[in-house]
Design a protein around this ligand. Structure first.
Ligand SMILES: O=C(O)C(=O)C[C@H](O)[C@@H](O)CO
Length: 267
């Protein structure tokens, strides 16, 4: 059998805007529902969602027929963890807290087989090769593996141009919540200082010739970031949409019969 090309990675390379969603319910059935909603990419959150190797694998299986690219966010960029998630078939990885070009270069090596990298040989017994039914998996793996790194501290923004210059980094995601916290504005992603830093970071990434990504729950900001040249923009999360919709439904039958349209908070 053959694996479909990574259409998300191709779209990033061609700078075609990609609209995504954070998926943190850590449930295959919920992921399958989200997979039919029309998003271009879906972050299976292994950093802040209650996920592990098996729950991510179940979601990858549930999303196998979805056109959306599953983007697996790991808790950290440890090479042993990258190896395991690549072997279960994750093709697009999002690694948080990347603060330097040196760290980014190590992540590139972790997603590549020798001699260009250190990824261990084991996909032949793993889901990545569809259990050794994909001819030439090892030789072709690098073509569809997509490495996204998160810049979400002042240190990362100070080294952003060098991070963007690392060959093998396919995109840079700005983490507004952690960046805001690191800048001294925890929970206040819309502080002017934070917004200025985000806009400058997008400009740096775009100028360096790499796709920029971000997530906010604020439609006005998301449209602004797309105008500034961001390519992969996540516009919400399954958990917050689900929670907000249920609260709104209950309020419709409350004493005030509220019909509040307040959207979910992002932080
Ligand atoms: O710093 C950020 O913002 C992110 O990396 C996204 C958040 O971790 C995600 O949980 C949404 O709040």
């Amino acid at each position: 059998m053959t694996l479909p090309p990574n259409a998300f990675k191709i779209a990033l390379r061609e700078r075609r805007p990609q609209i995504g969603l954070w998926v943190a319910m850590a449930d295959a059935y919920a992921a399958e529902i989200v997979g039919h909603a029309g998003f271009d990419w879906l972050v299976l959150d292994g950093e802040h969602g209650p996920n592990d190797l098996r729950s991510i694998m179940a979601q990858l299986q549930a999303l196998q027929v979805s056109p959306a690219e599953p983007v697996v966010r790991l808790p950290t960029g440890a090479s042993w963890m990258i190896k395991q998630f690549l072997d279960i078939g994750a093709r697009t990885l999002l690694i948080p807290m990347v603060d330097s070009a040196e760290q980014a270069a190590e992540l590139v090596r972790a997603v590549r087989y020798p001699p260009d990298g250190i990824r261990g040989m084991g996909a032949g017994i793993g889901r990545a090769s569809r259990f050794n039914t994909v001819p030439g998996y090892v030789a072709d793996a690098g073509k569809d593996i997509c490495l996204l790194v998160q810049a979400e501290t002042r240190a990362a923004l100070a080294d952003l141009e060098r991070i963007a210059g690392v060959e093998g980094v396919d995109g840079i995601f700005i983490g507004p919540a952690d960046l805001a916290a690191d800048m001294g504005f925890p929970g206040d992603l819309e502080a002017p200082e934070v917004q200025a830093a985000i806009e400058a970071a997008i400009a740096t990434i775009v100028k360096a010739g790499k796709p920029a990504g971000i997530l906010t729950f604020n439609e006005t900001l998301n449209r602004r970031y797309l105008e500034l040249g961001a390519t992969f923009v996540a516009v919400g999360a399954d958990v917050t949409e689900f929670s907000t919709a249920l609260q709104r439904l209950r309020r419709r039958y409350g004493p005030e019969q509220e019909n509040a349209e307040a959207g979910p908070r992002g932080y």
